[in-house]
Design a protein around this ligand. Structure first.
Ligand code: ISL
Ligand code: CA
Length: 550
């Protein structure tokens, strides 16, 4: 086999959104001591690597993705001592920690930016991207991911600074070597604590096209791909980071990034590139995003999803690697988005779990998916917390959209769906906190919670456990070649995973309907796991999934 063996290809990632996982001190905000109290739960589930959302000092404009001090823990989340205990607790259990690091931008409350905005000749001026206006207008027509112009006027020096996200997230100027050195020092600081790697936020955006030219685009996605992502020096920068930081540690890196398409994926993760280990590409996650993004939806279907998976497998070949996921803290709940969260919540959640844990790549499970948590249904604007949702609400209601219409959009597509508190049990606030949480608990917590799941042998939770156990022992699932089999029924997704002495067949019905599947020697196959009791025919029930040994 040509695929190189690596621990990060064999293990499974579990993503924790710190604010929403477990509150320990009754302030309604999830924190590190809370996570520590759930370490046994995570170990028992069978995941290996924890991806911890940002817990650095932050004014929380974008829930920690706006960092004001990279060397400190945000007091809401705990102390550095808590962090050290957390890391130790993971190590004691044979688990690993991957930290989220945001290198494309900082908070406007970071001291670098506070200095930078002081005067044009401040030593930190060049750490950010400042430009003169254009006759009282922003320097160009670039838009922010979260609505409006990507430029903010600053009176102090009569110039604009670039912020691809909120105006409290000014973009760092990677052209400046001193800034880059400081970012590398930050990474070294955390690596020396013994963490096992980084998830790199929007790493595809760090190198800006220096002409800052007016952009021609038909959709926001196109603007990102042609103008923001994969800039001229992005690989030079990542290679420098690799040489100066990563090369010295046995750690994993996973780059996140809009605009990383299959055609450029290998440039980031090719085995010979000395850049990153794997990527979270977002192509399947951006399906359905219209010209103005998530709140401007367009139709898509499973053929689109399958095509992206096929194309990426092809593009990565034996040289590259991806992480496989169907939800995270930026997209709706996977059972609500890709499954059926009312009539077939359990069945479809199991089917999606089987998909995530049997495709090729390192699986990543988002907190709560293991109990099939669903999207939430808020009924008033003031229940939403996400800055993206709030900004677009202002933008769209300014254009005349009714509150009701926007609430419906946000309930289906917004990021708050995945940010409601983890549902541990049926007590007040779902066992997340002893007081009102920062964002309301999904009212379905009385039924959907960890305690209930643990008491039901047929729960989604035990299905995840079973899949994780099967995966641990299976070379085919970790390294095996992936091959899609053509089906005449487009509601069925069938593929094999094959290693030297092991071949597995995966059959997934991604619909509410009965479906037939084709596989010639199915009688000779042994079923390892499925989500229905009697699954011995060629007919698949709604959302039925089966894993066979051939
Ligand atoms: O959710 C999105 C906007 O509709 C995505 O485009 C998202 O902004 C993009 O994937 C980058 O996400 C990352 O960086 C953001 C942060 O808000 C997200 O939570 C983070 O995952 C800015 O740091
Ligand atoms: Ca707390």
């Amino acid at each position: 086999m040509l695929v190189q063996k690596k621990w990060w290809k064999e293990e499974v990632i579990y993503q924790i959104y710190p604010r929403s996982f477990q509150d320990s001190n009754g302030d309604g905000i999830g924190d590190i001591p809370g996570i520590i109290s759930r370490l046994d739960y995570l170990k028992d589930l069978g995941v290996d690597i924890i991806w911890l959302g940002p817990v650095y000092k932050t004014p929380n404009d974008d829930n920690g993705y706006d960092i004001s001090n990279y060397y400190e823990i945000e007091p809401e989340f705990g102390t550095m001592d808590d962090f050290d205990h957390f890391l130790k607790g993971l190590k004691e259990r044979g688990m690993r920690l991957v930290m989220d690091i945001v290198l494309n931008h900082s908070s406007d409350e970071h001291e670098w930016f506070e200095q930078s905005r002081e005067s044009k000749d401040n030593a930190f001026r060049d750490y950010y991207i400042w430009k003169e206006g254009n006759d009282g207008l922003p320097p160009n027509n670039w838009l922010s991911f979260f609505g409006g112009s990507a430029w903010e006027y600053d009176q102090q020096t009569d110039e604009y600074y670039l912020h691809l996200f909120t105006k409290k997230q000014p973009d760092l100027n990677w052209e400046n070597p001193e800034l880059r050195r400081k970012l590398y020092d930050i990474m070294l600081f955390w690596l020396d604590k013994g963490i096992d790697g980084f998830r790199m936020d929007v790493i595809s955006l760090i190198s800006k096209r220096q002409d800052f030219a007016y952009a021609n685009f038909k959709s926001f996605g196109q603007l990102v791909e042609t103008t923001y992502a994969n800039g001229p020096r992005v690989h030079e920068f990542i290679q420098e980071m690799y040489a100066k930081v990563l090369a010295r540690y046995d750690v994993m890196t996973v780059g996140e990034g809009p605009g990383i398409t299959k055609d450029v994926g290998l440039d980031y993760v090719g085995a010979d590139r000395a850049e990153l280990n794997m990527i979270f590409h977002l192509e399947h996650m951006f399906l359905g995003f219209g010209p103005r993004g998530r709140f401007d939806p367009v139709p898509y279907n499973w053929d689109d999803i399958k095509m992206i998976i096929r194309d990426w497998d092809d593009a990565m070949g034996e040289q590259g690697w991806i992480s496989v996921f169907l939800d995270n803290h930026d997209f709706p709940r996977m059972v609500s988005r890709f499954g059926n969260d009312h009539t077939f919540r359990i069945e479809s959640a199991k089917m999606l779990a089987m998909m995530v844990l049997t495709l090729k790549g390192t699986p990543c499970i988002y907190q709560g998916s293991e109990i099939a948590m669903t999207n939430v249904q808020f009924n008033s604007i003031d229940q939403f917390r996400d800055i993206e949702t709030i900004n677009f609400y202002k933008e769209f209601s300014g254009e005349g959209m009714s509150d009701q219409e926007f609430i419906e959009l946000a309930n289906q597509y917004g990021r708050d769906n995945v940010r409601t508190p983890m549902q541990w049990d049926a007590t007040a606030h779902g066992g997340f906190s002893s007081s009102d949480p920062w964002i309301a608990v999904n009212p379905n917590f009385r039924e959907i919670n960890v305690l209930n799941a643990k008491e039901d042998p047929d729960s989604v939770y035990y299905f995840y456990k079973a899949l994780l156990e099967i995966r641990k022992k299976s070379t085919a699932l970790k390294y095996g070649k992936w091959q899609e089999l053509n089906q005449s029924d487009s509601n069925v997704y069938v593929y094999t995973r094959e290693a030297e002495n092991e071949k597995l067949l995966i059959v997934l019905n991604h619909s509410d309907n009965l479906a037939m599947f084709e596989y010639s020697a199915i009688e000779q196959c042994q079923i390892l796991l499925s989500n229905y009791k009697n699954s011995d025919s060629r007919q698949l029930k709604a959302w039925e999934c089966r894993l066979y040994r051939i």
